[in-house]
Design a protein around this ligand. Structure first.
Ligand SMILES: N[C@@H](CCC(=O)N[C@@H](CS)C(=O)NCC(=O)O)C(=O)O
Length: 426
């Protein structure tokens, strides 16, 4: 048994760990935006709810994010029903009965079903009033076109295979043209947002600019916020809002959720790109130094980040253990070692052969689905630090993250654990 002065410590048991976990949010219908909430009331009675948002389980769908953010910003009471995307599992039959083809998002407003995110935003603006100047303001229309141009230039650079440095340079140039226009539009505005106060048009840019920021860092070694101070200022202003923070993902999640959704993402292969991608995958975080220039977030680490990460793991402990390549018996102790490191900061060596199971989990923490960005960083750091102490094979990799699909992220076992009536018999 290791004494208090020993360099290493023994893992805490599950009961002791539970005592250090952050308490559950008392009322998810009010309070900060959270990916886990299924009903948002903003202090209104439940019988006033007129809206149901259908969005994806993992918060990976960009078109869902803009509608989600709009409802949160406008504080419209709504219900959430989560649906599986084709890339990570089987679409729920009740959803394909409702929406032919199963596309997301969809929204029910006063019993009327609406699809297509822009139609949804239009209907919401009609029913509840615009956010800021609204999406039909004359100034908003050219900006909405710019968003699509920027999106296409990004796809061209990221998703079309390049044959050497010339192609890469052309891809970057094409992207820069529209990124500069976006930055100029932001600089021309009186505040950090596009048309003065935050409006629907900002929210239309949010999902893909967030994904550009992450994917271009990972696959091209290109730091969007560093290159365009006006875009950084826009992100900083968004990151002051609890609404955006509740929907915001991180570099690692997007780097690995985008390939199956986009039909592939192509790395430039430069030294800078490879170094940054490795940092995004295994840390340390922030992914660039000095820390003042964190390209993922302007927010510093909240004091309860480790306790939140711990609480989220404890909540899903059963399926997390069962889904791991080491199995429940094999992962139990290594996971407790990592969680002990997470909350005590002390090294806790796992049994021989556990590095691959710890790294499997490290690579599958999804932000904001599982926890916020800083909590995820701390958990990944503890999983990696503990894997490095594996006495037999400290550098054993986890199972590679698939790129054509993400069925390793099938939510079915987690849903069945939370609600046994959903369990499908084999
Ligand atoms: N134009 C549509 C695009 C929606 C869309 O492409 N949704 C994707 C997810 S991002 C989808 O539902 N794909 C089916 C699936 O992945 O299950 C909109 O604006 O709502």
């Amino acid at each position: 048994m290791a004494g208090p002065d020993s360099m290493f410590c023994e893992p805490l048991d599950w009961g002791a760990l539970a005592r250090d976990a952050a308490p559950a949010v008392t009322d998810p219908t009010a309070g900060s935006t959270s990916s886990q909430a299924l009903l948002r009331l903003f202090g209104r009675p439940e019988d006033e709810v007129r809206v149901t948002l259908y969005r994806d389980h993992h918060a990976w769908c960009p078109y869902c994010q803009k509608v989600w953010l709009w409802l949160e910003e406008r504080r419209v009471p709504y219900r959430i029903r989560k649906v599986t995307m084709f890339c990570y599992g089987q679409k729920e039959p009740w959803y394909t009965d409702l929406v032919r083809g199963g596309m997301l998002p969809a929204l029910e407003l006063d019993g009327r079903l609406i699809t297509e995110s822009d139609h949804i935003l239009e209907a919401l603006e009609r029913a509840f009033g615009p956010l800021g100047l609204g999406m039909h303001a004359p100034q908003a229309l050219p900006l909405r076109q710019l968003e699509r141009q920027l999106f296409r230039a990004w796809c061209q650079w990221l998703c079309v295979p390049s044959h050497g440095a010339g192609d890469e340079a052309r891809g970057q140039e094409g992207f820069e043209r529209f990124a500069e226009r976006f930055a100029r539009a932001l600089s021309a505005a009186p505040g950090p947002f596009l048309l003065g106060e935050l409006g629907t048009v900002d929210l239309i840019f949010v999902p893909y600019v967030e994904r550009m920021n992450a994917s271009l860092a990972y696959y091209k070694g290109y730091l969007l916020r560093d290159r365009h101070p006006a875009i950084d200022r826009w992100f900083r202003a968004l990151e002051e809002r609890s609404t955006y923070l509740g929907t915001q993902s991180d570099f690692h999640t997007h780097a690995h959720d985008l390939p199956p959704q986009m039909g592939g993402c192509h790395a430039s292969g430069t030294r800078e790109q490879r170094e940054l991608a490795e940092r995004i995958d295994i840390g340390p975080w922030p992914v660039v130094t000095p820390p003042g220039l964190d390209p993922e977030t302007s927010q510093s680490e909240p004091a309860d980040a480790a306790a939140v990460a711990l609480a989220r793991v404890l909540r899903h402990r059963g399926p997390l253990l069962a889904r791991n390549p080491l199995g429940p018996a094999g992962l139990d102790r290594p996971l407790r070692c990592a969680l002990t490191h997470l909350i005590t900061g002390r090294d806790c060596p796992p049994p021989a052969g556990s590095a691959r199971g710890l790294r499997y989990l490290r690579d599958r923490i999804s932000v904001p689905r599982d926890m916020p960005l800083h909590a995820a960083r701390l958990l990944r750091r503890s999983l990696e630090a503990t894997a490095c102490l594996d006495p037999s094979d400290p550098s054993a990799p986890g199972e590679p993250i698939p790129v054509r699909h993400r069925r390793d992220q099938d939510p079915a076992p987690f849903l069945a654990a939370a609600n046994p009536s959903l369990r499908v018999s084999p």
